[in-house]
Design a protein around this ligand. Structure first.
Ligand code: ADP
Length: 274
């Protein structure tokens, strides 16, 4: 009978522990939800004032009567508020992602054209560092995707390539269609993908850090050691957008130094719940 009471005692203990654990899980979930809400709220409230500061700074910058000193100050306000604006937009995107509200608006578009446009927007930044910025693109690369979101992906990957490549380096972009006959999926129609690569001759990423690259707030030691500023949010957003399109994004070392990012997107994404 001591055996029975002992078993009974153990069972009770187990039940108690289980209840405690469940309570803790509930509490953590609730805290997580509150964190998401706070983040979304704060970010949202920052958006308007920053927009106003930027707008007026831009107006002032166009004023011909400014002294050189004043011009410098206005430029700093403009640059710093632009930086804040990007940060807020990134945080908002992540908040949307967490609440399942990152919307993807799929429509027919031309990826080659989007890449050419994006490239021209980044050319001044590349020129300022004497980087060669080249692209090998087909005339057209039609696919169904969200052009604004893909623009965000390209902006992030290109600005990273430029940011993490020292003076006189090179950033090279390629894009093209790939018809993969997936041998594991015989019988299904071959999946046509559009594949985009962005290669740079930059500071690279230590091999053991590749696995963390697309995690929020992660920054590689090479970037930190070089004293290059960043938030570690861009690649997390890139991955979320590409995944929402049913695609993949990977990074690998470039032969000869630097990094290559590869984005593969289905030409005809199937409707997916996001
Ligand atoms: P951020 O650039 O703001 O730090 P990202 O999420 O865009 O954030 O990138 C995360 C990290 O990945 C960077 O901090 C950097 O360490 C590394 N990284 C991204 N792109 C490159 C690149 N082209 N070359 C070297 N390192 C890169």
């Amino acid at each position: 009978s001591t055996d029975v009471t002992e078993r009974h005692r153990l069972a009770e203990q187990r039940e108690h522990l289980l209840a405690q654990q469940q309570q803790q899980v509930r509490k953590l979930r609730e805290m997580d939800r509150m964190k998401d809400e706070l983040m979304a709220m704060v970010t949202h409230e920052l958006r308007n004032p920053i927009g106003a500061i930027r707008g007026y700074a831009e107006m002032l910058a166009d004023d011909a009567d400014l002294t050189p000193d004043q011009q410098t100050f206005v430029d700093v306000i403009d640059r710093k508020s632009a930086q804040l604006q990007r940060l807020v937009e990134d945080l908002l995107d992540l908040a949307r992602l967490d609440s399942g509200q990152l919307s993807i608006d799929i429509r027919p578009m031309d990826l080659a054209q989007l890449i050419r446009q994006t490239l021209e927007d980044h050319r001044p930044a590349a020129q300022a560092k004497h980087l060669t910025l080249t692209a090998e693109l087909p005339e057209r690369l039609p696919l169904r995707a969200d052009p604004l979101r893909l623009r965000q992906v390209l902006d992030n990957l290109l600005s990273n390539a430029i940011k993490y490549t020292p003076e006189k380096g090179a950033v090279t972009l390629t894009a093209g269609p790939v018809t993969g006959d997936d041998s594991e999926d015989r019988g299904r129609a071959p999946c046509a993908m559009a594949v985009l690569t962005i290669a740079d001759t930059g500071i690279g990423i230590p091999p053991e850090q590749y696995e963390h690259l697309f995690s929020r707030f992660f920054r590689a030691s090479t970037a930190k050691d070089a004293g290059i500023k960043g938030t570690g949010l861009g690649l997390a957003i890139v991955r979320a957008i590409v995944t929402a399109h049913g695609g993949t994004v990977t990074a690998a070392p470039r032969t000869g130094g630097g990094t290559v990012f590869t984005v593969a997107l289905p030409v005809e994404p199937s409707a997916r719940p996001s």
